[in-house]
Design a protein around this ligand. Structure first.
Ligand SMILES: [Fe+2]
Ligand SMILES: [Fe+2]
Length: 190
């Protein structure tokens, strides 16, 4: 059976991918159709990315999965170093997007294109990051890690699961997740 950690990584990557695509879709709406609710949803999605994938998902990878893989094999030393560096830079990239979004909201549609371009770059960077984890790191992890290693990694990945993958958010984040979910379901297919 697939290890729990790998299922969690798959689900959390899927949740992040979905949010990145939703964010891009909202950001590309014609300026004349955008309302305050759209900006609120984009802000909520960026806060989600900063607080969940950037803080919790990455932490689990950088502190549990990657060191265990490196302890068993040096094959991916440079790949993992690059992924760790990307984890380090990720959160500030989100806050820089938030800044750009605020400039658009406050200064008007002349700033929309800048935000959309920055978002597209961030999305590509992130999709590629997840692809390397899934297609390069995980196959090696499956080869080199022992059952005991997986037991430790699984127990860490079982903590702080992303609420957008169907897990109960902590009280603090309940409002944020309700906002994103209700916005996305109200605009599905529109
Ligand atoms: Fe990662
Ligand atoms: Fe990841």
């Amino acid at each position: 059976m697939k290890h729990l950690a790998l299922r969690v990584i798959g689900e959390e990557h899927a949740a992040l991918r979905a949010v990145l695509y939703s964010l891009e879709e909202v950001a590309q709406k014609p300026a004349s159709t955008l309302v305050a609710e759209d900006f609120e949803a984009m802000r909520a999605m960026l806060v989600y990315i900063a607080e969940y994938p950037e803080k919790l998902h990455h932490k689990k990878e950088s502190e549990a999965l990657f060191p265990m893989v490196l302890a068993r094999s040096h094959e991916l030393k440079s790949v993992i170093k690059e992924l760790d560096d990307q984890h380090e830079r990720g959160e500030s990239a989100v806050w820089s997007l938030m800044h750009s979004l605020m400039l658009w909201e406050m200064l008007g549609s002349g700033r929309q294109k800048t935000f959309v371009n920055e978002l597209k770059k961030y999305k590509e960077f992130y999709l590629n990051h997840m692809k390397v984890e899934t297609e390069v790191v995980i196959p090696v992890a499956e080869d080199v890690l022992t059952e005991d290693d997986w037991e430790i990694i699984d127990s860490i990945f079982a903590l702080n699961k992303d609420p957008l993958t169907g897990h109960q958010p902590s009280l603090e984040f309940e409002g944020l997740f309700r906002k994103i979910s209700s916005y996305v379901s109200a605009h599905e297919g529109s």
